[in-house]
Design a protein around this ligand. Structure first.
Ligand code: AMP
Length: 371
């Protein structure tokens, strides 16, 4: 165990209890609904927490004016976004658990629905859109090894606002779960040997049957390889980033793609990265993100962060809960990635499109009848 994380599990529990009792941490109880999905019969989970409907989402950003005279400004303008308040710098002392490394601190999530949910935050300000560094991944990995039920703990990174991040200061998150997240079950199922398919082995890249681009890699057991844990993580991340880029490039080449989607693909390949990243002790997963919210149905849409791809979603209203129960978690979640079918149209657009098609067919029919 690295010295920073000596006795981490006990420190986490004790900090959680104290912060909760003092009112510095707000735990919101939720009702859990399990939803059976058709893929491999896994059960996804909806946490229904109506109290959160009142919590403001996101942060206000102000654009800082460059104070220099116009002539002295660089030709490429530097637009600096300054958050009105950064909750992580300085952090709330009661939420601090310990350091995770020289560069990272561990804070309890102030507004949690899973007890002991914590954040691994860079001590210095870094952007939430920055790629993960080897140090980031190692710090998170070490916390995964240090929590109770280490096999089931799940780490994630909402990279960019389209993946659900609400804070621009770099933070990875860890959920100390008591049972495997649905994605962990799904990855295990998909990795098994099946008729006509070999079992997946550490280092293999594959996709789980979500209806959107996603890539998973199984991690080798560090005890059974010569590689360092850092090398294992870095290799996995680079492999997944490469696979993601390749898939996005192929996706962008589809002839039927809308102008808007083509622009999104090129921004994802250049600067404006948005993806969901998941890490457990068994696998790493990456999902490029097209948008934060699912397609609206009768004006109701769900905000999906990376946990959606772990099979865990949050419903803040009865309508949202009903929507997930009717449509299923995975279908809704896939809409926020680069999905393979109906990529260009929301259900409402689809209905309109069908109407137009029917009208067109009728017109065509009457036009043809003249021939
Ligand atoms: P995200 O919304 O994914 O960017 O994650 C940021 C998390 O920070 C959210 O889950 C918030 O609940 C949490 N949060 C907001 N304010 C604070 C704070 N002052 N200290 C610790 N966590 C916070």
């Amino acid at each position: 165990m690295i010295p920073f994380l000596d006795g981490f599990d006990a420190k986490l529990s004790s900090a959680y209890k104290t912060a909760l009792a003092s009112g510095e941490l707000i735990f919101t109880p939720s009702e859990t609904y399990k939803i059976k999905e058709t893929v491999y019969n896994i059960e996804c989970q909806v946490s229904y927490a109506p109290a959160l409907a009142k919590k403001p989402h996101g942060v206000l950003l102000t654009v800082e004016e460059d104070p220099r005279p116009k002539l002295d400004r660089p030709s490429t303008p530097v637009v600096k976004c300054v958050q009105n308040t950064n909750p992580f710098l300085p952090h709330t002392p009661a939420l601090y658990v310990t350091d995770a490394s020289e560069e990272h601190k561990i804070l309890l999530n102030k507004f949690c629905i899973v007890p002991r949910h914590f954040l691994v935050v860079t001590k210095e300000f870094c952007q939430q859109t920055d790629p993960l560094t080897p140090e980031d991944m190692l710090a998170v990995w070490n916390t995964l090894k240090a929590v109770r039920n280490t096999r089931d703990a799940l780490a994630f990174y909402n990279c960019g606002s389209r993946s659900g991040a609400s804070q621009p200061h770099k933070h990875m998150q860890v959920l100390p779960l008591e049972e495997p997240a649905p994605i962990a079950t799904l990855v295990r199922e998909c990795s098994k040997r099946q008729p006509g398919k070999k079992e997946n082995r550490p280092g293999d890249v594959f996709s789980v049957p979500f209806n959107c681009i996603n890539h998973v890699i199984l991690l080798p057991d560090p005890e059974k390889t010569d590689k360092s844990e850092e090398d294992i993580l870095v290799e996995a991340y680079i492999t997944l980033m490469d696979a993601m880029m390749m898939s996005i490039r192929e996706y962008a080449e589809q002839e039927t793609l809308s102008e808007q989607d083509r622009d999104l693909c090129s921004s994802l390949m250049s600067t404006s990265f948005a993806y969901s990243w998941i890490l457990t002790r068994e696998f790493m997963m990456i999902v490029p993100r097209k948008q934060e919210s699912s397609h609206p149905v009768n004006g109701i849409a769900l905000d999906i962060n990376t946990l959606g791809f772990a099979g865990l979603v949050l419903a803040k209203t009865k309508e949202e809960l009903e929507l997930v129960q009717t449509r299923g978690v995975l279908e809704i979640v896939a809409e926020t990635g680069f999905s393979f079918e109906r990529t260009q149209r929301s259900p409402e657009e689809e209905a309109k499109h069908r109407e137009q098609q029917e009208a067109l067919e009728k017109q065509m029919g009457s036009a043809l009848s003249f021939l």
